[in-house]
Design a protein. Sequence first.
Length: 348
Amino acid sequence: MRSFKDACINAFLITAVICTIITAVNFASNPSFNFSTFVLSEEMLSGFLIGFFLYLGNTFLYHQISKIFPQSTQYIKRILLFIPGTAVLTIIVVFIVTFSVQKFTDNLSFQNFIVKQHYDTYFNMILISIIVSLLIFSFYFYKRFKEGQLKKQKELTKTATAQFESLKNQLDPHFLFNSLNVLTSLIEEDPQKAVNFTTSLSRIYRYVLEQKDKNLIEASEEINFARIFLTLLSIRFEDALKIKIEDQNMLSQEQLVPLALQLLIENAIKHNALSPTKVLEIRIFKENDRLYIQNNLQEKESINGTGIGLKNIQERYALLTKKEVIITKTATHFTVSLPLITKEEISS
């Protein structure tokens, strides 16, 4: 809700505009119209105060109703509750303001004021209040609707950017260059391994092309892809790489952002030393509603990571869920915990 000061300024300006219009209409329709008498009249003072306090009251009423029905799609329920609410509010404001002005200007007693009241006055004021209030709040509703559309468009743009950055991080020229180098050496040393390597590499690229436009993919499918990717790496690093995947309790409705596992595995390869004497162990396992990717820590001294890849995964998850990607680094292990998302979480 906007500040009370802003609401008072808006109430003053809108009421002043309405009073100016009323004055202009009377001036145009009556050649003998006395401007000063009309502007300083008891009726104009009452009308201005009624308009001012009705705007403030209706603004407060609308925001309270918005708290009861917070979803933007519940605007019909808001209107159905707002109409009787503003009718009651109008009766109260008109009664108090009219009596206060007549008490101040004419020293009218309460009993005489009650006798002079007419139902049609309140009915007309209720009708005017409802129409004006609905017009004003329709404008604000339309404005918020357009702001919501703009925000949604920005989120779509941000999602597309994150997906693009994801592809850049996972299929960068270094990965392709290294893979082709390994393939070249395998062709000379072991043609059969070269065939297997090429098959795995083609399956990796096909998977990437199939999943690049998706926000989520079944975790079991992503793990199967990780197996293919790790098979390719095993051909490249042989005994220097040890892999363990524990996915026996994976559920079909559990999902991950696509290609996150490949990026995390590449990250482990990039930042750690591998040799037959310094074996890199990568373990993928599930605990509760999270998937963990863990490797033993034997960092390369010459590598200074920028953290772009991990940040990319965190941003992609942030677009889909409030569950965070948790990164843990100890003296012996580096672990990334990815939340497993269900379709129900996304739809809610």
